[in-house]
Ligand binder design. Structure first.
Ligand SMILES: NC(=O)c1ccc[n+]([C@@H]2O[C@H](COP(=O)([O-])OP(=O)(O)OC[C@H]3O[C@@H](n4cnc5c(N)ncnc54)[C@H](OP(=O)(O)O)[C@@H]3O)[C@@H](O)[C@H]2O)c1
Length: 337
């Protein structure tokens, strides 16, 4: 089968289209014919050597995909040939709180990812996808949508009447916008682009703030909430946005620490607002199999679809990663096999 591999070192220039033997499912495993993949910020981090070491090479990159069940290993009962399923990102995290060992079982580094014609996965890691979604939309669920679901719904417990701030217009942000709207919240989106803010408004965003034109966007959030502050902030910027998120959240509110788009270490972090306002700071790590099934029920009932920016053919996977690096996308970048 054809598979992209990161070979002999890190960097986009180290990604090569290679031939590998078609894998065979062992007991409890399932062979999937991959139909589509989607990119996440993490994939660029893996390709850059940020998340995994050289001992994992050669590695098939890219975490998120959807496939059709082609062959069952001995004892498989959860799926049947022809089913359309996503392998979950944290492969061994089925429910509850993950252990350290489970957290190491992630696809697209250290485990081989989905940028290949076939893949073998444990049956417990597979989730049936809602029928109304295209393959590209379904491939956008495992990281971006599920992370937003955990942040906004499972842990965030957003309710009708809440004000939620979502940073940027990438994959996680737009899913967070959709899930917050589904739960009756008012949503403020921040973006570097007025055009993207208009597109976010068309998706249901109530208010937009251009964080380049208004670097003090936290003050803008306070103004838009009559000084009260937002109930919940989905922080995707990380180092450069956390102080502002703590300033913009209401007393007793919640900040979901999700992204590190501007860096992982926040040297000037001021903890006083978090303490004074009794803010709940919650780290979010994608989600479990159980959360994925909960999210899929909501997607099927509501008809909500992930937002797809652009679809690349399989052979242009490296161009797709370069396109992500440019940062001009709105929603998900996908690859069709
Ligand atoms: N904790 C988890 O489980 C988890 C899961 C998934 C992703 N993440 C993290 O979440 C972040 C977003 O991931 P993604 O896949 O959604 O990325 P993405 O699709 O590439 O989204 C990037 C967008 O974020 C916005 N952005 C960039 N820098 C920003 C900043 N300093 N402040 C505010 N917004 C900024 C930009 O939107 P505009 O162009 O509109 O300005 C940019 O287009 C990444 O750091 C990723 O590693 C974490």
């Amino acid at each position: 089968m054809r598979a992209f591999e990161i070979q002999g070192g890190f960097g986009l220039e180290r990604i090569t289209l290679a031939e590998r033997p078609k894998p065979a499912p062992g007991p409890g495993e399932v062979l999937l014919r991959i139909r589509a993949a989607s990119l996440n910020a993490r994939d660029l981090g893996v390709v850059g050597g940020f998340y995994v070491g050289a001992e994992t090479l050669p590695l098939i990159p890219v975490s998120d995909g959807v496939g059709i069940v082609e062959e069952l290993g001995e004892g498989v009962t959860r799926v049947k040939p022809g089913d359309r399923v996503c392998p979950i990102f944290v492969q061994d995290w089925l429910a509850g709180t993950p252990t350290e060992a489970m957290l190491g079982s992630t696809l697209g580094g250290p485990r081989d990812g989905v940028l290949a014609e076939y893949g073998v996965f444990p049956q417990g890691s597979l989730v049936h996808v809602p029928e109304h979604l295209t393959d590209e939309e379904a491939a956008s669920l495992p990281i971006a949508a599920l992370t937003a679901w955990q942040a906004v719904v499972t842990e965030g417990r957003v309710r009708a009447g809440d004000t939620v701030v979502v940073q940027g217009t990438g994959g996680v942000a737009l899913s967070a916008l959709q899930f917050a709207k589904l739960h009756g919240a008012r949503v403020i989106v921040t973006s570097s682009s007025d055009v993207k803010l208009e597109r976010a408004a068309a998706l249901g965003a109530d208010l937009g703030i251009n964080y380049v034109k208004s670097p003090q966007w936290d003050q803008e959030v306070l103004r838009l909430t009559d000084g009260r502050g937002a109930d919940h902030i989905v922080d995707l910027g990380g180092a450069a946005t956390l102080n502002a998120s703590l300033a913009a959240v209401r007393p007793g509110g919640r900040v979901s620490i999700v992204g590190v788009l501007s860096g992982v270490t926040a040297a000037g972090l001021d903890l006083i607002p978090a303490i004074r306002k009794k803010v709940t700071l919650q780290g979010i790590n994608v989600g479990s199999h159980g959360m994925f099934e909960d999210m899929n029920r909501a997607l099927a009932l509501s008809g909500v679809r992930p937002v797809i920016d652009r679809v690349f053919p399989f052979t242009e996977a490296v161009q797709a990663l370069r396109y992500m690096q440019e940062g001009v996308h709105f929603g998900k970048i996908c690859i069709r096999l």
